[in-house]
Every structure is written in structure tokens, then in C-alpha cells.
Design a protein around this ligand. Structure first.
Ligand code: UD2
Ligand code: MN
Length: 561
């Protein structure tokens, strides 16, 4: 290995070294003759020594595998779950420098990036983050970055109240993590102003923002920096993978999509364009960022006035910055070769700090400053926003004017040009509405009884209170009343339960079809107590029927052509 290492050090300028990790494993020294030449000015930024070391790590959660916490820790688990919204006790058994499998597009292994890349500062706002998930964020960023490119990781403590963050973090970081520093904010400011505070003291050419429960993976940094090196007005997002909130298993969320929103400003995703797929894994344009994880040059960020400092606590800043970037002369891309994992919490554990509807006020600010006549589509769905006092907007409007930014109509027609096809500003009418009655016993009706995301539901006596009015919407999903929850069958198993799930409007597990040809004499297998399916669903090529089984609704899968 040492010989190989030495050989690489002298030859890195002239030849490509990607077979190194393999070569190390198999103790074969790659012959220079077989290796393609590295163009001048480019570099293979992989750290093969580290990759080799990590490939040997074993233990809980290593190689990104699921870690099942032993049942004897159940009590500790429950306590930590409540305050974090994820299994923080499991995290505590997993090494801070745990290894992950490399799930990048295969071509990413061979990619070379400019040798002259800008330096980066990572900014991580946190409020009461769990100790080990916070440290793993910082450590994965430091360990997996080329020393010359990463200047610092700035942890911005948004007035956390957990004692260990106030008392122990500074000492721990000073003693163990030379590139990391902590900035404490005197009062709770919210993630947006916390990011601003970090960005103000950052020294790098590029600002990289991360959430406080993330893990950076193999060679994540150069793909974020290179598009910025080529044009400083490019903002670059990594692929955001999923760190399971229960087991910390590391997995892809998908292999790329373009960021978007619906007219209630929920974050949504649009399919890749054909050209994006063809160019994989090259960066592709994306209308809006998810929010938490991205790189932007410090120069461009401050030219844009940073974030609107009037945005409070959480929410809306991803739209503000995305609209601003596009409308004011920048571009936004996703870089498939940069992958960073994020724990999507099971639930948000923070209580509202007593400041009312901050998300509503943030959305109102963003809509008023950037969305022009399209703001009406939001207000039509959320009339209450019009009654909120969004505060003074003079400074934000002045920025838009000063930078001579384009209209929201330009953004909608040139950048997010396919958004309204999936999320029409004016919704087409429902296909059908009404109660859904059992065929077998006509006094029973489906009743979701105002249950929530993740809950099962069943049949109740028709017309007896409850929630028995459903809409088969133009999305071809089924929603109770006007609530944005949908019937969802996320498992392909026989008799998979039907749950209420947040509507995604994209078909799939939530696609239902009205089948007027149904008759109650159809045969079903299994022990079915009540059969009332008048609706069949098609998800891919599967067709199924809905019945009652052991007290809840299930769906019967029947493969069909
Ligand atoms: C998503 C984004 C998040 C942000 C948010 C909308 C991803 C993966 N996450 O929600 O970055 O854009 O949408 O605003 O795209 N925090 C504070 N102070 C607070 C509240 C939160 O510092 O008052 C920190 C928190 O510790 C975390 C970050 O802000 O590091 C984002 O908060 P989150 O993880 O609760 O947001 P998330 O991932 O649900
Ligand atoms: Mn987060």
C-alpha cells in the first residue's frame, strides 16, 4: 500500500488513479500504462486511503447498515425519541466516524474535477440537536473533505436549552476537532438568522449550509464546488439521501428529481427532463432547493442580500433564496455525485416558541416580495395569511429593484415551466364525491374519523358523525373532506393495510380508479369479514380490491397484465 501511495503522489498530475481503491484491496499495483491521462488542470479528488480504511470498519451502523437497538434500551430510547423525533439512542451506539456504502452513480467514481477549486466554510445551525448526530455531521464533513478545500465547520447554536450543548460542546470541539468552531446566539433566532450569523463569520469562498443531523459521503465536496468555480452565480445542491429515523440505515431517496412546490408552498418534486437523464451524473437545473443542504459562493449570497432576516424560526427561506437566485441572474443545479444523508424526523419535537404562525408570516413575506400575481394562488388556499402581519418589506423589495430581478412569471414559464401541469394554480374539479358504502352491509360506510398521517381506518355506521365524505380528486387520489391526507397503500403485500398518508398527488401508492363494473359476487381469498369494494386501485400493473380484514381496511393484490 505504501508503495502504491508513493507512486500516486508523484503521478497524480499525469494519470488517473481511480482503480486505486480496488488495487489496494486486491494488492495489485495498477500499471501506469493502463491508466488514462488526467487532463491538465484536473484532479481525482478521491481519498483512497480513507476509502480503504472505511471499507474495513465493522460495528453498529457501519457501512450504512441498519442498526437495531437491543430491546433492553427501550426506556432510554423512548425518552430520547420524544425530544428528538428520531431514535437518538441508536445513534449513540454508532461510531461518530461511521462508514457508509458508496451509492453514487457508477460514473461518479471516475469523475475528475478542477484542481483549482474555491475554499469552503460549512455552516450548521442547530437548536437542541442531539449530541452524536450533531458531531457526526461535523466529523463526516471534515473527514471526507480534502484538507485544502474545507476551511472550517461553523456550528451555530440557536440558543439551545439542553445542558450538554451549553456546557460541554465548546470544550469537546476545542479538544477534538480543530476545524470546527461553535457560535452561540444569545436568543432563539430561528434557523434563517442562525445561518446568517454563521455566514457572516465564515472565511471560505463558498458557503455550504447543512442541517445538524446529516452525514457527508464519499467525495461530496468537489462536485459542489466545481460549478461555482466555473460561474460564481451558480448555487449547487447535493442529492439528499435518507438516514432512517429508527435504524440509521443509509439509503437513497431517489436518483434525482427537480425541486418544486405546490400552491400551499409544500415542497414537491418534478421528474427529471429527458436531457437530464441522458447527461447523468452531470449537474442538472432545478427550480427550487429543498432548503437545508446547498453550496453558494459567499460573494453571490451577499450580493443577493443573504436571506431575508425577517424570516422567523423555520420555513419559507428555501423559496425565498431559490426565487431570488433565479429571478436575479443566478442559476441552481443539483449535483448527483455529491450525496449527503439527512435524518427526516418522524415528528418535529420543538414546541412553537410562542410566536404564532411563523410559517404563515414567512410565506407571506416571500409571496409579497417575489411571487407577484401568483401570490393570489397561495392566498386563495390559505386566506388566513392575508390577516397576518408580515412586518416591514421595504428592504426586501428594494433588493429586488436594485438587482433588477425578473418577474415571477418569467420564473414560472422559463424555469419551473412544467410545474403548473402537475400543480395547477386552479384545481380541476373532483371526479366524484360522496360516501363509500359497504356492498355487503349497506348501513356501513368508510369512516376516517379525522385520523392522521400513518393511521389505519375502518367502517362505521353510515351517517353517524365521523368523517364519511370522500373526494376522488383530479389527482386520482381519495381524500376525506378537504384534508390533504390520502388513502395510501405503501406495501405490495397481500392484504396490505390502507393508511392515511400526506397526499403527494403523484399517483403511485395513492392512485385509485372508480370501477363501475364491480359486482359483489366476485371471489376473494382470505378471511374477509365485510366486503364493500366499489373502488379498485391500480398502482403500476397491480390491481386490487378493498375489503375489511381484522377490523381495518386492506387491499387485495392481484397481479394482472
Ligand atoms: C427542511 C430543510 C431545512 C429548512 C426547512 C424549512 C432539508 C433536509 N431540511 O426542514 O433545512 O430549509 O425545511 O425552513 O432540506 N433549527 C434552528 N433553529 C430553529 C429551528 C431549527 O437552528 O428554531 C435548525 C435545526 O437544528 C436544523 C435546521 O435548523 O439543523 C433545519 O431544521 P429541521 O431539521 O427541523 O428542518 P427540516 O429538515 O424538517
Ligand atoms: Mn432537518
Amino acid at each position: 500500500r505504501q508503495a502504491l501511495h508513493d507512486a500516486r503522489d508523484v503521478s497524480v498530475q499525469v494519470r488517473k488513479v481511480t482503480p486505486q481503491a480496488k488495487a489496494l484491496e486486491h494488492k495489485i499495483i495498477a500499471t501506469p500504462a493502463n491508466e488514462p491521462v488526467v487532463p491538465r488542470g484536473y484532479k481525482d479528488w478521491h481519498d483512497y486511503d480513507r476509502l480503504f480504511k472505511e471499507s474495513k470498519q465493522i460495528g453498529p451502523g457501519e457501512q450504512g447498515q441498519a442498526y437495531n437497538l437491543p430491546p433492553k434500551y427501550q426506556n432510554e430510547r423512548d425518552l430520547l425519541y420524544k425530544v428528538n423525533g428520531f431514535n437518538a439512542r441508536a445513534s449513540d451506539d454508532i461510531a461518530l466516524n461511521r462508514s457508509l456504502q458508496d451509492i453514487r452513480h457508477p460514473k461518479c467514481k471516475e469523475k475528475l474535477y478542477l484542481e483549482a477549486l474555491p475554499t469552503a466554510s460549512v455552516v450548521v445551525p442547530f437548536h437542541n440537536e442531539h449530541w452524536t448526530t450533531l458531531l457526526r455531521t461535523a466529523i463526516s464533513a471534515v473527514n471526507r473533505s480534502p484538507d485544502t478545500l474545507l476551511l472550517e465547520v461553523i456550528l451555530v447554536d440557536d440558543a439551545s436549552t439542553k445542558a450538554f450543548l451549553k456546557d460541554k460542546l465548546d470544550d469537546y470541539v476545542r479538544e477534538n476537532l480543530p476545524k470546527v468552531r461553535v457560535v452561540h446566539l444569545p436568543r432563539r433566532s430561528g434557523l434563517i438568522r442562525a445561518r446568517l450569523a454563521g455566514a457572516k463569520v465564515a472565511r471560505g469562498d463558498v458557503l455550504i449550509f447543512l442541517d445538524s443531523h446529516t452525514e457527508c459521503t464519499t467525495n461530496w465536496l468537489p462536485p459542489l464546488l466545481e460549478p461555482i468555480a466555473k460561474d460564481y452565480r451558480t448555487c449547487v445542491c447535493p442529492f439528499i439521501d435518507v438516514i432512517d429515523f429508527e435504524t440509521f440505515a443509509y439509503r437513497a431517496q431517489d436518483e434525482g428529481a427537480r425541486g418544486a412546490f405546490d400552491w400551499e408552498l409544500f415542497y414537491k418534486r418534478l421528474p427529471l427532463l429527458e436531457e437530464d437523464k441522458k447527461n447523468m451524473p452531470e449537474p442538472f437545473k432545478s427550480p427550487v432547493m429543498a432548503g437545508g443542504l446547498f453550496a453558494i459562493s459567499s460573494k453571490f449570497f451577499w450580493e443577493l442580500g443573504g436571506y431575508d432576516p425577517g424570516l422567523d424560526i423555520w420555513g419559507g427561506e428555501q423559496y425565498e433564496l431559490s426565487f431570488k437566485i433565479w429571478q436575479c441572474g443566478g442559476i441552481m443545479v443539483d449535483a448527483p455525485c455529491s450525496r449527503i444523508g439527512h435524518i427526516y424526523r418522524k415528528f418535529a419535537p420543538f414546541p412553537n416558541p410562542g410566536v404564532g404562525d411563523f410559517v404563515g408570516r414567512n410565506y407571506r413575506r416571500v409571496a409579497e416580495v417575489w411571487m407577484d400575481e401568483y401570490a393570489e394562488y397561495l392566498y386563495k388556499r390559505r386566506p388566513s395569511y392575508l390577516k397576518l402581519d408580515a412586518g416591514d418589506l421595504t428592504e426586501q423589495k428594494a433588493i429586488r429593484k436594485r438587482l433588477n430581478c425578473k418577474s415571477f412569471k418569467w420564473f414560472m414559464t422559463q424555469v419551473a415551466f412544467d410545474l403548473t401541469k402537475v400543480y395547477p394554480p386552479v384545481e380541476p374539479p373532483n371526479f366524484a364525491s360522496g360516501k363509500i358504502q359497504s356492498v355487503a352491509s349497506s348501513n356501513l360506510c368508510v369512516d376516517t374519523r379525522f385520523k392522521h398521517h400513518g393511521d389505519r381506518f375502518d367502517l362505521q355506521e353510515c351517517g353517524r358523525g365521523g368523517e364519511q365524505t370522500f373526494h376522488l380528486t383530479w389527482h386520482k387520489d381519495i381524500r376525506p373532506g378537504k384534508r390533504p391526507v390520502c388513502w395510501d397503500v405503501s406495501s405490495g403485500d397481500a392484504q396490505a393495510p390502507i393508511l392515511l398518508y400526506n397526499c403527494h398527488g403523484m399517483g403511485g401508492n395513492q392512485l385509485w380508479r372508480y370501477d363501475p363494473g364491480f359486482h359483489s359476487g366476485d371471489n376473494f381469498t382470505g378471511s374477509v369479514s365485510v366486503m364493500y369494494a366499489v373502488i379498485v386501485t391500480t398502482a403500476n400493473v397491480l390491481i386490487s380490491r378493498v375489503t375489511m380484514h381484522s377490523g381495518h381496511l386492506v387491499q387485495h393484490w392481484k397481479s394482472s397484465g
